[in-house]
Design a protein around this ligand. Structure first.
Ligand SMILES: NC(=O)c1ccc[n+]([C@@H]2O[C@H](COP(=O)([O-])OP(=O)(O)OC[C@H]3O[C@@H](n4cnc5c(N)ncnc54)[C@H](OP(=O)(O)O)[C@@H]3O)[C@@H](O)[C@H]2O)c1
Length: 321
């Protein structure tokens, strides 16, 4: 089978197509024929060595954290039937603390880390982009921002992989308003998602948030960008508000020094969260925009696009193309 490996950390050209034997499932694993693998910013940070996870990688390594596909086998100790899985079941999921990668035609993955895709003819492309970003959005909302019904949320980066799920999930959780920054080109998409766009490249977003909240500020901020947004955000948070930085490299001490409740998200996927995401997506409540589907061999181009920090929705790899 084909997979994408790195033998050293570096620029996208370290990503190499490689022929290998299919993996052998470990105890607790299912074997999945991968249809699609989602691309995420953490992948390029693991590739260039800047992610904390890179230190735990043994090279050569296969990159990728999430996938959709079909169950084709399991370890002897996994009872597929009792898990509601059968050979051929469509599944999607995300690796948690397991670094074995998903850019491959076949993977062995913990049975715990995948759930069944609902529906008669599911679009497995969209499910490949749902698990990691969706779990992150739910963790940031529920565990970190602890958003309550009727509150106002500000999101930085409303149309990226996480942002496109965060806006509707916040509204479903009862947010009264979701203000969302993004480039002017993405304002229409933010509106479609139910958010109120603020074009960071055309207007003074700090002044606009103050104006929109009549000087009070927002109840919570979930910052998916961080670099130019985190510090000015501290001035548009209402008293007692919470700020959440999603990029893990964030330094939140300036907020804490001002007595502001600040948190860095650590994505915590649970089966309940994955099942909720699948149900919401199948019912049409969560629209996953796929900006491009790339064949496995074009993964380097996917990383180059992601590294711009301005892709819309998700980039997906097609494993067997
Ligand atoms: N902690 C965790 O567990 C965890 C999990 C998942 C992701 N993450 C991290 O969270 C971040 C976001 O992930 P993602 O998948 O959503 O990334 P993404 O798909 O690359 O999206 C990035 C978003 O940032 C926006 N952006 C760029 N410059 C901006 C600016 N100056 N002001 C406001 N927004 C700006 C972009 O909007 P425009 O295109 O409109 O510019 C885009 O919507 C990444 O750093 C990722 O590594 C962390």
């Amino acid at each position: 089978m084909r997979e994408i490996i790195i033998e050293s950390f570096g620029t996208p050209d370290v990503l190499r197509l490689h022929e290998s034997s299919p993996p052998v499932p470990r105890p607790g694993d299912v074997l999945v024929s991968v249809a699609y693998a989602g691309l995420n910013p953490v992948d390029h940070k693991m590739r260039d060595g800047s992610s904390g996870l890179s230190r735990m990688l043994e090279l050569p390594a296969v990159l990728g954290r999430e996938l959709s596909g079909h169950v084709i086998g399991a370890a002897d100790d996994v009872d597929l039937a009792s898990r509601g899985l059968a050979i051929g079941s469509p599944v999607f999921g995300v690796r948690t603390d397991d670094l074995r990668g998903t850019y491959a035609e076949t993977v062995a993955i913990r049975a715990e880390d995948v759930v069944t895709v609902p529906g008669a003819q599911p679009d497995l492309r969209t499910y490949a982009g749902l698990a990691l970003a969706g779990s992150t959005a739910l963790t940031a909302l529920e565990d970190d921002a602890r958003l309550r019904p009727g509150q106002t949320l500000l999101v930085h980066g409303g149309t990226g992989g996480v942002g496109q799920l965060l806006i509707p999930l916040a509204l479903q959780a009862g947010a009264a308003r979701v203000l969302a920054t993004g480039s002017a080109a993405n304002a229409g998409r933010i509106r479609e998602l139910g958010g109120e766009p603020i074009a960071y490249d055309e207007e003074d977003w700090v002044a606009r948030v103050r104006e929109e909240t009549r000087g009070r500020g927002v109840d919570a901020i979930i910052d998916l960008h961080y670099f130019s947004t985190f510090l000015p955000s501290l001035d548009v948070l209402a008293d007692g508000g919470r700020i959440v930085a999603v990029p893990t490299l964030a330094d939140i001490t300036p907020a804490q020094d001002r007595g502001i409740s600040a948190h860095i998200t650590r994505m915590a996927p649970t089966r309940g969260r994955l099942e909720l995401l699948a149900r919401s997506h199948a019912e049409g409540l969560l629209d996953v925009e796929i900006s491009e589907v790339l064949p496995l061999a074009e993964v380097a181009r996917g990383h180059e696009l992601l590294e711009t920090g301005h892709t819309r929705g998700k980039l997906i790899l097609e494993a067997h193309a």
